[in-house]
Design a protein around this ligand. Structure first.
Ligand code: SF4
Ligand code: SF4
Ligand code: FES
Length: 543
């Protein structure tokens, strides 16, 4: 609900008045106003803890009388009066910075956090500029905390974001503080490793370079990457992510905040799944069957072979002899174009949908959900295709009414069942889009090299019914193409104009033709998605 007049409060910051949402955390309210209150232990996805003291500010506690308080534990009320930059506040900040740096190593040149380190930033903005500390610093050893995370103990400032994450979000409580005073350290208890389904989030929220993922150790500096907002393809939750990319290669995936979907988090499986896609032996040119063997072909030759093979099926058997099978790994726009190709070029064929078998669902203590459906767009593909199941297609092949198939493949994680293999072998002609030489591609007469999810532009609809945008990190390699472009090319060669020259144009058509998608545009979807059916935002699921 948008804040109305009654939920707003007037507050004073450094003698200037502002209107902000009543009840909002002071650090977040100030950030909304463009004012940065330096902080370490506060994270908007965790309960405030007030332990680092970096966010100290002055608040009027009686008329004319100010006292030092922690901003992270203040909720806005009407009439509050703050001093963010008084001499007392600035002096306190300097003192806290000096205290935090007592045992901190001068590691910045080789620390993996350099360039995105809060200690580095705040030291520059609020520190003394020189150290008065002459004693020997503590050098506790680094620790292997679990399969994904290493702790550089010397760099830890004991903000306890990581321990609170494991207590509040996953509920697994693997981490705690051991020892006392200046000997305090983060540790796992009784050597039980940090091995929950969301463990790598602790590296994202650690404000310094203490917790790092093993996956992103000793990689190029963070300022070298392009950042691309997209979605995780790992399951039907559709977590919002940002990819860090350089030279056509993904180096890191981080969760992107969407309160309605994933909050501030993502699961480890989704975070690291880019390796499987990226390491696949990609198809970079079409393949066509020559003398029984699949051989590399030019696009025009493969297209000729596909069109004449499809025509032979249609000429011999009549309309509906060609079936189409969409993909829950493909975008809404690609599945919509496939259905249109089938309807307009193949004469209303039967449609099916290929998807991975379900896996395990899991919900964290805080409500973050990993879906059992391990495909990111089952709901959207069904909406676009109005599809029957793949079983209907297999039955059609079995009874001889389907003689040819056009399949959107492109899922590196899916293998064919024996029933599928037997059925596809019976086809007179099989055209497949794929990204590697899968067992599906091996059965095809023509294989068009398509794109992986990280190369796609378009939308997907998650299990909630939220339509969200993917952003391409880079183009498909070599002669591979976006699947929508391939479908348009096939349509053109079959004498059908599929329209929608880009995914935004196709979405416009979807909005006019598909139930529940009326009125959707890329602008409306924005960076947080929009619900199908014109519903308002769903209940927060981000945990
Ligand atoms: S390891 Fe990082 S997140 Fe955990 S207490 Fe230390 S500084 Fe904070
Ligand atoms: S919950 Fe699903 S969508 Fe989210 S990060 Fe994990 S696999 Fe990806
Ligand atoms: S951010 Fe407020 S005390 Fe740490």
């Amino acid at each position: 609900m948008p804040p109305d007049e009654q939920t707003m409060a007037t507050i004073t910051i450094d003698e200037k008045q502002y209107t902000v949402e009543e009840g909002r955390n002071l650090i977040d309210a100030a950030a909304d106003l463009g004012i940065d209150i330096p902080h370490f232990c506060y994270h908007p996805g965790l309960a405030p803890d007030g332990n680092c003291r970096m966010c100290l500010t002055e608040m009027e506690i009686r008329p004319g009388q100010f006292g030092i308080v922690t901003s992270c534990t203040i909720r806005i009320k009407d009439g509050m009066n703050f001093r963010f930059n008084s001499p007392a506040v600035l002096d306190n900040r300097k003192g806290i910075m000096e205290f935090l740096l007592i045992n901190h190593p001068l590691d910045c040149p080789w620390c993996d956090q350099a360039g995105e380190c809060k200690l580095q930033d705040h030291s520059f903005d609020h520190g003394r500029g020189h150290s008065r500390f002459v004693e020997t610093k503590r050098v506790p050893p680094k620790k292997d905390l679990g399969p994904h995370i290493t702790l550089y103990t010397t760099r830890c400032i004991l903000c306890q974001r990581c321990t609170r994450f494991c207590d509040e979000i996953t509920g697994t409580s693997e981490l705690g503080v051991v020892q006392m005073g200046s000997k305090s350290e983060i540790a796992t208890f009784e050597d039980v490793p940090l091995d929950n389904k969301m463990s790598a989030n602790v590296a994202d929220i650690c404000p310094v370079g203490a917790l790092v993922t093993k996956d992103f150790l000793y990689k190029p500096r963070i300022w070298h990457y392009d950042k691309v907002d997209t979605l995780c393809p790992g399951c039907a939750t559709g977590c919002n992510t940002t990819l860090e990319v350089m030279h056509q290669k993904i180096y890191r995936t981080k969760p992107r905040h969407n309160e309605e979907v994933n909050g501030y988090w993502m699961c480890d499986e989704g975070r690291f799944c880019y390796h499987g896609w990226q390491d696949a032996d990609r198809l970079t040119a079409p393949l066509m069957r020559v003398d029984g063997e699949l051989a590399q072909a030019t696009w025009p030759d493969a297209m000729d072979a596909a069109v004449s093979g499809i025509r032979a099926v249609l000429d011999g058997e009549g309309d509906s002899a060609m079936g189409v099978v969409g993909s829950s790994m493909a975008t809404n726009e690609e599945n919509y174009l496939l259905r249109k190709l089938g309807a307009e070029a193949f004469g209303s064929p039967r449609t099916g949908l290929a998807r991975k078998p379900d896996g395990e669902a899991w919900t964290s203590k805080s409500g973050f959900h990993i879906d059992a459906d391990k495909s990111p767009n089952t709901r959207g593909a069904r909406d676009m295709l109005g599809a029957g199941s793949l079983d209907d297609i297999l039955r059609g092949i079995g009874d001889g009414s389907i003689r040819g198939l056009y399949i959107l493949g492109g899922d590196i994680g899916r293998t064919l069942t024996p029933e599928e293999t037997d059925a596809f072998r019976k086809l007179e002609f099989l055209v497949v889009h794929d990204v590697h030489r899968s067992d599906l591609a091996e059965l095809a007469d023509v294989v068009f090299p398509g794109a992986i999810p990280f190369e796609k532009n378009g939308t997907m609809t998650n299990a909630q019914g939220r339509v969200q945008r993917l952003g391409p990190a880079f183009p498909p390699p070599g002669g591979a193409r976006e699947d929508g472009a391939i479908l348009r090319y096939v349509g053109q060669r079959m004498g059908v104009d599929l329209g929608g020259t880009d995914p935004a144009g196709v979405l416009e058509e979807i909005a006019g033709n598909v139930d529940g998608y009326a009125g959707l545009t890329y602008d409306l979807i924005g960076d947080q998605g929009a619900m199908t059916g014109g519903e308002g935002p769903s209940e927060a699921a981000g945990g």
